[in-house]
Design a protein around this ligand. Structure first.
Ligand code: NAG
Ligand code: NAG
Ligand code: NAG
Ligand code: NAG
Ligand code: NAG
Length: 204
């Protein structure tokens, strides 16, 4: 009976070196893993963020419809990173109504470099002009129906190829896509609830 504590003691004495050896091997692996994770975090750039500030479809209030409209918009794009630059190849823009493309802007903007923590106003750089299709199609009737119900929902889609630069340019080119849902009132002007709305961004 008196022997039992001794056996237990021997067991802890035997397992301690094993634990120590395990710790000696595992700690560096853990530390290296942690360092790699932090490096990955640091190198993993944050997406640019897009917000719709203004959008208007002049002529929407003309009951007879219009053959074309110059849709104007103001979208801000922000680089949220503290030290990473973003290079944008020309941004292509298109306007969709119910998954149907009703107009394109090409190119919306020529290539540019965006400094860290910078917000660029797309409209200021290049005015967005979209030509709507002619009146006599059923989409136009749907748009007019939506209008009498209060709001018409469009989506403004922006696509670009972007690259990140910390100290040197990252070789990888990412295909970027921002999708801005926007509602306009019967007068063709953006409804207040859509102003400042963020646009979901996809990066590949
Ligand atoms: C939004 O655009 C419309 C039409 O271009 C303009 O009349 C209006 O002042 C703009 N709103 C803001 C807040 O800039
Ligand atoms: C749209 O803009 C173009 C070029 O600025 C102009 O010629 C055209 O008349 C405009 N269309 C409408 C409907 O305002
Ligand atoms: C675009 O929106 C931004 C943010 O609301 C505003 O500061 C800027 O004056 C607008 N630009 C134009 C041309 O309306
Ligand atoms: C991008 O910004 C985020 C947030 O400020 C930061 O955690 C990250 O390290 C930045 N990435 C680079 C590559 O600078
Ligand atoms: C953001 O970057 C653009 C393009 O480099 C530049 O024209 C603009 O002045 C910058 N804005 C601010 C607030 O620094």
């Amino acid at each position: 009976m008196a022997d039992q504590p001794k056996i237990a003691d021997q067991q802890t004495q035997q397992s301690s070196p094993a634990k120590l050896i395990l710790a000696i091997f595992l700690t560096p692996i853990f530390v290296i893993g942690l360092i790699l994770f932090l490096v990955w975090l640091g190198l993993h750039p944050h997406f640019p963020s897009f917000h719709i500030q203004n959008f208007s479809v002049p002529g929407l209030d003309q009951l007879n419809g219009f053959r074309s409209a110059n849709i104007t918009f103001n979208v801000t794009v922000r680089n949220p990173n503290r030290s990473t630059w973003i290079y944008y190849e020309s941004i292509d823009g298109s306007v969709h109504y119910k998954d149907q493309k009703v107009g394109v802007v090409m190119p919306l903007l020529y290539s540019f470099n965006q400094p860290p923590k910078n917000t660029t106003i797309l409209q200021q750089v290049f005015g967005g002009t979209v030509t709507m299709p002619s009146a006599n199609n059923h989409r136009w009737m749907e748009i007019m129906n939506d209008r009498t119900e209060g709001t018409v929902k469009f989506s403004l889609q922006l696509a670009s190829i972007i690259q990140f630069k910390k100290s040197i340019w990252d070789r990888r080119h990412h295909r970027m896509h921002a999708d801005c849902d926007v509602e306009v009132g019967p007068d063709g002007l953006i409804v207040p609830s859509s102003v400042h709305d963020g646009c979901p961004v996809n990066l590949r």
